[in-house]
Design a protein around this ligand. Structure first.
Ligand SMILES: NC(=O)c1ccc[n+]([C@@H]2O[C@H](COP(=O)([O-])OP(=O)(O)OC[C@H]3O[C@@H](n4cnc5c(N)ncnc54)[C@H](OP(=O)(O)O)[C@@H]3O)[C@@H](O)[C@H]2O)c1
Length: 349
């Protein structure tokens, strides 16, 4: 973006009838009236773009320089990824393994983790460290301290924790049992919090570590039929924001990534209001972004030590801004959407 602005500025500047006149216009605005309408446009664009584009271009270059610097530091880093048995977690395992990291893969389905591990071992990577598979159930809070001890025992440290494991729900509030609300909060929020807290002391002791939370755009604004899921991701966002502030002076970093729809099994694995498996591929999920592409962006986000990013299509970004700046419009749109979903459901039954 900064480069686009910068080039636009460069074009505007070079198209200006003469550089001398342009500079004169910049410095002696009031003395020198532009000679034609085009010159007025050039002058306005040039004057506005230069102070914005130049700093943006410098910041962008600095960020790229920093990202490259951190990429060089990635080989040998220990990266613990939850939910690594499928979808985004599997893609994250691939990008960090290819970057030369020591990956620890965690989830409930050990067989799937072993499949991911053998896929990684088949890659031609240098340096390559054999991935470690560790079973983890985020809903079993009491088992988490033991899981963390085993994770730390592998390499004596974890440099990057990616809290990716999670489940979703497909039901309206009225037909969602409290057990399902609890389950979603347990996996997405309390399990993730318990894991983070169990690992935190080792990172604080070393004054080093990066914790990344995979939230969702639904952690920024809620949509109908996803109350429990949205609530769990809102909670995660708040937890990440507090933690980031607390560890900022300990040379530790916290990133919160809020993606839009991703082409994974999330809707297939989602719960219904009664707690059974939803088992359907939603159209929105099927048309979502590629998990491999997103995983690469998350790696860059971590390398750049970005605190908070939204990776989504324009529609979700508009919804986000409407929720914050024009809430009544957002509420109206969501009420329409809820009605549409209700009608579609009635028709289907
Ligand atoms: N897909 C989307 O549209 C989308 C959009 C925004 C954000 N996200 C977020 O992205 C993350 C990854 O989801 P995904 O899209 O890749 O879906 P996915 O393919 O269903 O993957 C979910 C992962 O979470 C793990 N998991 C579920 N319950 C668990 C538990 N109790 N303990 C430990 N691990 C558990 C699953 O592994 P096991 O079943 O083997 O335990 C699986 O590896 C989630 O946090 C999700 O909320 C997804």
């Amino acid at each position: 973006m900064a480069f686009v602005l910068y080039f636009l500025f460069a074009i505007v500047q070079s198209s200006s009838c003469c550089k001398k006149e342009f500079i004169m216009k910049l410095h002696e605005v009031e003395k020198c009236a532009p000679s034609s309408d085009w010159n007025v446009l050039y002058w306005v664009l040039g004057s506005i773009l230069m102070p914005i584009a130049l700093p943006l271009a410098i910041i962008n270059l600095w960020q790229r320089f920093r990202a490259q610097k951190y990429r060089n530091q990635l080989p040998g880093k220990v990266v613990l990824i939850t939910g690594a048995s499928s979808g985004l977690g599997e893609s994250l395992a691939h990008v960090f393994y290819r970057a030369g990291c020591k990956v620890i893969l965690a989830a409930r389905r050990v067989q799937e983790l072993e499949r991911v591990k053998s896929d990684l071992l088949a890659l031609d990577v240098d340096p390559a460290y054999p991935p470690t598979v560790l079973p983890l159930d985020l809903a079993e809070l009491n088992s988490i301290p033991d899981f963390v001890s085993r994770a730390l025992a592998v390499y004596n440290q974890v440099d990057i924790l990616i809290n990716n494991g999670g489940i979703s729900v497909r039901a309206d509030v009225a037909s969602t049992s409290v057990d399902v609300d609890l389950k979603v909060m347990l996996v997405n929020y309390f399990g993730t919090v318990a894991l983070t807290k169990a690992l935190l002391p080792s990172m604080v002791k070393r004054q080093s570590g990066h914790i990344c939370f995979i939230s969702s755009v639904q952690g920024k604004f809620a949509i109908p039929q996803r109350a429990a899921y949205s609530a769990s991701k809102h909670a995660l966002q708040a937890f990440a924001d507090s933690l980031r502030a607390e560890v900022a002076n300990k040379k530790m970093y916290v990133s919160c990534v809020s993606p839009g729809y991703i082409r994974t099994q999330l809707s297939m694995n989602a719960l219904t209001g009664a707690g059974s498996s939803y088992g359907k591929m939603d159209e929105t999920t099927a048309k979502g972004m590629s998990p491999d592409k997103l995983a690469e962006l998350i790696l860059q986000c971590i390398m750049r030590k970005e605190p908070d990013i939204i990776v989504s299509d324009l529609q979700a970004k508009i919804a986000y801004y409407l929720r914050h700046f024009l809430p009544s419009v957002y509420f109206w749109i969501m009420a329409k959407r809820a009605l549409k979903l209700e009608k579609a459901e009635k028709k289907a039954n």
